[in-house]
Design a protein around this ligand. Structure first.
Ligand code: SF4
Length: 376
């Protein structure tokens, strides 16, 4: 089984916190679309198993795509691969793009999961982040999607925003829960270098909440998710039973995937590839059929570190038996020895031969996991 990812590298405007690859200039739009279709043909054999259990349109802003271009991608996915009848097909959308006509089109062409970038239900927070929508637009977009019969909806939320308080965050959670969506993702705001927000923080233009305040918001988030029947199945992801993201879960399981578009990554079990993060260079190089990506064979050590990193961010954790099978008994023993001090202080738990990080420590997971890495 495999997955397919499309990176749509265009946005209406630049959100102040975002460091994904995108452009607000549309002049390369047509060449990039043509190149992405061509890349699907050129890379069709990258995946040994052509059975797709998930297809994901991310970006960027896939909801900016005109119907005809989205339709072309879906059609070619069916032509080049075996998209399974029950495949999860997700499209990321900004609320201000979601008209009833567009939503009906999505449903008709087989999009069966919508990821709506709500982020906050306060206009002052949305404006501060330079989002292109207002809070009421987000609420209406979710309801419109539900009205056309798109039930598998996930929304995004950000906590630890400048100016946010626990009271405001609780209001955000209340609004999110009232929307009755079966899944949501909630991210702690991170200040990425080279973003507008990074400059604003450096200039003192915005003040971030303290670590304690962000932690209080995280705890409120976990409590609200539990009260409302969501399983916290991965660091940033919460789902009702049966609505966990299959696409993201396949990344965490090490399932092979092909990424199409500028900056997209691909992995086939042995090789990792990443496309050039430049729209013009991507479109130009696809035409020459050579250097639009770099690739590397993944070393055993990197494979182990990735397995530990992704696995320990999930509620399922990592099985020591699986570690032994994949990497050998010596590596499994070493991992257990490295985990010992964290097991003693409760930052790791060992149950039925499986290592997990307890939910209250997930916010500290980067540091905990780094201590378990295989280093030479
Ligand atoms: S819409 Fe999404 S990808 Fe585009 S700038 Fe905003 S956060 Fe980044």
């Amino acid at each position: 089984m495999s997955s397919l990812y499309f990176h749509i590298p265009f946005c209406k405007q630049a959100c102040h916190y975002c460091d994904f690859h995108f452009s607000t200039v549309q002049k390369t739009y047509r060449p990039v679309m043509d190149a992405m279709l061509a890349e699907m043909d050129l890379q069709a054999n990258f995946l040994a198993d052509k059975k797709l259990t998930s297809v994901y349109f991310g970006g960027g802003t896939p909801s900016l795509l005109p119907d005809v271009d989205l339709g072309n991608f879906i059609e070619k996915a069916h032509r080049n691969f075996e998209v399974q009848a029950d495949a999860e097909i997700t499209l990321e959308a900004n609320p201000d793009d979601l008209t009833a006509d567009k939503l009906r089109f999505y449903k008709n062409i087989g999009i069966n999961r919508l990821s709506i970038g709500t982020q906050s239900f306060f206009d002052d927070e949305l404006e501060l982040m330079n989002r292109s929508h207002h809070a009421q637009q987000a609420i209406s977009a979710v309801k419109r999607a539900q009205d056309v019969g798109l039930e598998n909806i996930t929304i995004d939320l950000i906590f630890g925003m400048p100016k946010s308080t626990l009271a405001k965050w609780n209001e955000n959670l209340k609004t999110a829960m009232a929307l009755q969506v079966p899944h949501f993702s909630a991210y702690s705001l991170t200040i990425e270098p080279k973003t507008a927000l990074h400059k604003m923080v450096e200039n003192g233009q915005v003040i971030l909440p303290t670590e304690e305040e962000s932690l209080a918001q995280y705890r409120a988030l976990c409590a609200a998710a539990k009260t409302n029947g969501f399983a916290h199945y991965e660091l940033s992801n919460y789902g009702k039973p049966g609505f966990e993201s299959r696409h993201n879960t396949s990344y965490w399981n090490g399932t092979p995937y092909l990424g199409i578009g500028p900056s997209a990554h691909s992995f086939n079990g042995e090789i990792r590839q990443w496309n050039v993060a430049n729209n013009a260079a991507y479109a130009k190089n696809i035409g020459t059929k050579n250097t639009w990506f770099e690739k590397e064979n993944i070393a055993e050590k990197d494979r182990f570190n990735e397995f530990v990193m992704t696995g320990l961010r999930t509620a399922k954790g990592i099985s020591l038996q699986t570690i032994e099978t994949r990497f050998g008994a010596q590596i499994a023993d070493q991992l257990l020895a490295d985990a010992q001090s964290k097991l003693e202080c409760g930052k790791l738990a060992l149950h039925k031969n499986t290592l997990t990080i307890p939910e209250e420590y997930w916010m500290l997971s980067d540091g905990i996991i780094a201590d378990l890495f295989w280093v030479e």
